[in-house]
Ligand binder design. Structure first.
Ligand code: SF4
Length: 268
């Protein structure tokens, strides 16, 4: 069975996927990868604290006090994940304090935006505490879906339950000027297929949340995207069944930061 990330890994470099899945060569986490893992985990875990923060938000509370609550949530969660990844960071020659200094402004902005959003929403609807929390659209984090029919597994960052199921993929890296990166579109499209199959209901839209620019961008399912995903699934299966190592990627910039470059370049 394939995972949705196999599709995006294939798009990045089919040879790397082959090394990983067929030959069992694991890549050591890169600096960018470790920081991305930390950011992603902080978003997820801080999101789980929304209920507690909002249930304690009262009518008399100021925007500053709500922001302080969110700041302390992000601080606590960020510190936890930096410590969790301490070994990997130190292996890459990075001090945890330096990583904290680099990542904190990112989450401070997130704490400020989130508190402003919920503060304004509370005022507008005149809802506070648990009533505000209960009035918010609900979502399911980290939803894992397995499809026997598609022979595909996916773990969706979040599924918003708004008139159906809306898959959300969170990205902490850079965003394109417009629309979404191709890999992101394929990933989200595959989640839509998984959700549609699982719930027996056509899911036709989802969002990529580019946290670095605080924007969510919509992706629609269409017949072309569907065909592209099925075609890609076929190519990935074919590659992984093959006895031949795929060619190196033509985009040599990808090789510069690749953790298995030495092994790869020693092969024909
Ligand atoms: S070194 Fe380049 S070609 Fe080889 S696996 Fe890495 S990205 Fe792919």
């Amino acid at each position: 069975m394939l995972s949705v990330t196999d599709l995006t890994s294939y798009m990045y470099c089919s040879r790397k996927l082959y090394f990983n899945k067929v030959l069992g060569v694991r890549e050591k986490a890169s600096v960018v990868g470790i920081k991305g893992t930390i950011k992603h985990a902080v978003f997820e875990d801080a999101g789980r604290e929304d209920k507690d923060v909002l249930c304690s938000f009262l009518e008399k509370d100021s925007l500053e006090s709500l922001e302080m609550k969110y700041r302390s949530v992000y601080y606590k969660v960020l510190m936890f994940h930096i410590q969790r990844m301490k070994k990997e960071l130190e292996f890459q020659g990075l001090k945890t304090v330096v990583v904290y200094q680099e990542l904190w402004p990112f989450f401070l902005k997130e704490a400020q935006e989130k508190s402003s959003h919920f503060f304004a929403l509370g005022k507008e609807k005149n809802l506070y505490g648990e009533t505000l929390w209960l009035a918010l659209p609900k979502s399911v984090p980290e939803l894992r879906i397995v499809s026997e029919k598609l022979q595909l597994i996916g773990v969706i960052d979040r599924v918003d339950l708004v008139d159906g199921f809306i898959p959300i993929e969170i990205k902490t890296g850079s965003a394109p000027k417009e629309g979404v990166w191709k890999e992101n579109m394929i990933q989200l499209g595959a989640y839509m297929l998984l959700l549609s199959e699982h719930y027996g209901k056509e899911i036709t839209e989802g969002y990529i949340e580019y946290r670095a620019i605080s924007e969510r961008r919509k992706v629609f399912m269409n017949p072309f995207l569907k065909d592209e995903i099925f075609e890609l699934l076929g190519k990935v299966r074919e590659t992984l069944r093959s006895k031949d190592l795929p060619e190196k990627t033509k985009d040599v910039r990808k090789c510069e930061g690749c953790g298995i470059r030495e092994i790869c370049y020693n092969q024909p």
